[in-house]
Design a protein around this ligand. Structure first.
Ligand SMILES: N[C@@H](CCC(=O)N[C@@H](CS)C(=O)NCC(=O)O)C(=O)O
Length: 250
């Protein structure tokens, strides 16, 4: 049995939901409400000690890291294949998925995390310290503090812009006439990058938008948004709170 621990709005969760949807795989959904810090609870930390989403559990075995989860899904459920069989093509495809892994979150974090500020502002000082103390890694504890006092630095924002620019420049130069990032083959390259590129279009229209010189990336993004699996996986799961809304197509 496949079980997915995820949160609807998050880019990393969408990445894995899209891979599962492209394969037509059923899974048991465990929705974690990040605004209630459900991903820091001991029962989830036993599955993912990093306290982040997503986590896939296959027949009781946890698989972590969205890039690796998607590779695992494709290895275990190869129909339809989402990775090239040829080793050279596979190495090239993994350059794309690594681009998503290395720069995707960095591009979107300061803007996305503004979302948590009102949630944290409602906590008493004691509740806030309790929440922070439950965050399992130093890196994320610092991020939660920055979200709370809205102190993402100019450097964080510059890093986000540079990461967004890097992703868009690589796609603009690499996609050609596509239709997909690996040419005729639709692969994990497209799947892993989509959620970040979607947000980049939302947050940085000067980097990716009608007024930016990025026609190929925009055309790729439109083709992606038309895929039935994208529409399906961007819809919140049945167990998501009603306040969760899809952001694709903006
Ligand atoms: N490298 C990890 C990153 C996971 C990650 O940062 N997930 C975010 C959502 S995209 C998250 O759980 N954020 C909440 C938090 O850090 O507390 C992956 O790709 O799975």
């Amino acid at each position: 049995m496949l079980e997915l621990y995820h949160a609807g709005l998050t880019t990393c969760s969408k990445k894995v939901r899209l891979c599962l949807a492209e394969k037509g795989l059923d899974y048991r959904s465990h929705y974690l409400d990040l605004r209630k810090f459900e991903h820091h609870r001991p029962e989830y930390l036993a599955i993912n000690p990093n306290g982040v989403v997503p986590a896939l559990v296959h027949d009781g075995e946890p698989i972590l890291e969205s890039m690796l989860i998607n590779e695992y899904i494709d290895a275990v459920f190869p129909d339809p294949p989402l990775r090239p069989a040829d080793p050279l093509a596979l190495a090239r495809m993994r350059l794309w998925t690594k681009l998503a892994d290395n720069y995707g979150l960095a591009a979107v974090v300061p803007n996305t995390w503004a979302f948590y500020q009102p949630v944290l502002a409602r906590l008493s000082a004691d509740e806030y310290e309790k929440v922070i103390a439950q965050v399992p890694t130093d890196e994320r504890r610092e991020q939660w503090r920055k979200a709370a006092d809205n102190s993402f630095s100019a450097h964080d924002h510059e890093k986000a812009r540079a990461s967004a620019k890097r992703i868009v420049e690589k796609i603009e130069a690499g996609v050609g006439d596509g239709p997909w990032l690996m040419g005729q083959a639709y692969t994990l390259a497209d799947i892993d990058l989509l959620p970040y590129v979607d947000r980049i279009a939302l947050y940085f229209p000067d980097i990716l938008g009608p007024d930016a010189d990025t026609p190929r990336t925009l055309a790729w993004l439109e083709r992606m948004r038309e895929r039935p699996a994208v529409k399906e996986s961007y819809t919140p799961s049945a167990d998501a709170p009603a306040s969760v809304v899809p952001v694709a197509g903006k």
